[in-house]
Design a protein around this ligand. Structure first.
Ligand SMILES: Cc1cc2nc3c(=O)[nH]c(=O)nc-3n(C[C@H](O)[C@H](O)[C@H](O)COP(=O)(O)O)c2cc1C
Length: 188
């Protein structure tokens, strides 16, 4: 089984992207992977905005990427592309920080107008960082992700099935137990 780093690139304190990723982390854990979560918004802003490569928090984040065999990168679509805070972190990582790693790109957005943002915006960045294998990603509409007062995440049924498929393909690429488990939080 693999070590997976699950990175949320939303600056929002109530991020649907982060909730969705933490929800999908459970599926990967059930499939035997060790999952480490990282919310970029928790990293020090002065380090991100000041390009402080030597900041201990940036060094620690870099070490997490180094350790992972698989990386989930989740971002909200902002202005037709990935978020600025995600790019700020990626810019501080070594050029080939994703070399030899399997990567699952995920995005959330408010409109299907930007459903291809993963492919035209995020994927080229991940490739430039040496990602060995970028599996099929998925764009999820924000309205399809509900977060209860208790933090429980519910995903619309069709979307949940699609997400389960891309997560399982990612898991398979990492050598995980897959495909035998039920869906990811859609209504019965
Ligand atoms: C500043 C800003 C810009 C946005 N731009 C887009 C956009 O260009 N296309 C889109 O589909 N959604 C856009 N949205 C909607 C978000 O992508 C969507 O609500 C997303 O799920 C938010 O994720 P989060 O809660 O993790 O931050 C934008 C939202 C904000 C706050």
């Amino acid at each position: 089984m693999a070590t997976v780093l699950s990175v949320s690139g939303s600056p929002s304190a109530t991020s649907r992207t982060a909730h969705l990723l933490r929800h999908l982390d459970e599926r990967l854990t059930d499939q035997g992977h060790e999952v480490i979560s990282l919310d970029v918004r928790t990293l020090p802003a002065e380090a991100l905005l000041g390009a402080d490569f030597s900041h201990p928090a940036i060094a620690a984040a870099t070490a997490l990427f180094d350790r992972a065999e698989g990386v989930v990168i989740g971002t909200p679509v902002y202005k037709a592309a990935y978020s600025g805070v995600l790019k700020a972190l990626l810019d501080l990582l070594p050029q080939h920080a994703l070399a030899g790693k399997t990567v699952l790109p995920l995005a959330t957005g408010g409109t299907t107008t930007h459903v291809l943002a993963i492919d035209y915006a995020l994927r080229p960045v991940l490739s430039s960082m040496g990602a060995g294998h970028i599996v099929q990603g998925w764009f999820t509409l924000d309205k399809d992700i509900a977060v209860g007062d208790d933090g429980v995440v519910t995903v619309a049924r069709d979307t949940a099935e699609s997400l389960a498929r891309v997560v399982d393909r990612f898991s398979e690429a990492l050598g995980g137990r897959t495909a035998l488990l039920a869906g990811v939080g859609g209504p019965p």
